[in-house]
Write a protein of this length. Sequence first.
Length: 274
Amino acid sequence: SGNNHKTNCTNLILYLMNRKLPELHQTSDSDVAVESKNKISTKKKSRIVSRFLSPALQFWLKSQLEQVEQLKVHIEGGDRQIITGKIPQVSIAASNVIFRGLHLTEVKISATGIRINIGQIIKGKPLKILESFPIFGKIELLQSDFNASLESALLTEAIIEFLTPLLPPDFREYLEQPISLDNQEAEISTGHLSFFANVLSKFDEKIPLNLHTDLKLATGCKLLLENLNFQVLEKYNYHFSNTVQVDLGSDVELKELTLESGQLICQGSLIVKP
C-alpha cells in the first residue's frame, strides 16, 4: 500500500505540473536552469523549479535573512529528481547579507542533496528543510562589515566567552555581570587582528580593553591566535599563553582563512540544520 500511495503522490504532482497554472513570481532563465547530464551548454527549464521551487526557495532564504542584495539562486535537477523531495544541487550568490546580525559583504555557497517538503510546496505551503545538510562556499567581509557584526549578540557572546578567562579573577568581580562590552571595533591587517572595546564596571565606568593577535587556522574547526597581546587597565596581562586555540565546533570545517588589509575571507563548509 506504501508503494501505491507513493505512486499516487507522483501522479498528482505530474498532473499538477501539466495543468495551466497561474504564473508565480519567476526568476530569469539564467538564474533557474537545468544542466543536461553530459554538462553541455544546452539547458532546459524544469517546470517544478520555475513554477514552484525557485519562488519557494527564494522566499525561504529571504525569511532567514535580515537583509540581502542581488540574491541569485541556481537550481540544478530535473522534475523526476525533484518530485522525490530532494534538490540535486543549489548554488547561491548574494551581497550585503545580514544573517543573525552578522554583516557579510559577499557570499557564494553551494549545496547538494537537500531534502524538502516538495508535496506541500506544490500545494502552496512554505518550503521546509527536512534534514541537516552541508553547505560549501566562500564568505568575504570588509572591515566595515566586520565592525558592524560586532554589534550582533552572536559575535559579542563569543568574544566575551573568549575574553573572560583572560581577565584576572579579582578584576572580573569588579565588572558588571554578566560582562558587557561597549564601543567594540576591530582593525584587520595582513594576518593580524586588533580588537578594541570598553568593558563596563559595576559602577558604570568604561574601562579600555585592547587585544592584538596573529590569526590563522589551526585545524578545520579551530582558530589559532599567536603572538597574543592583551591589555586592560593600561597594563598587559601575561598570565596566559600567548598562543590560544578557539574551537568553532564540529559543524564547521574551514579550508582557508585569509586576513588582508581591511578584509577577511574564509572558505569551507558548515552543517545547516532544520
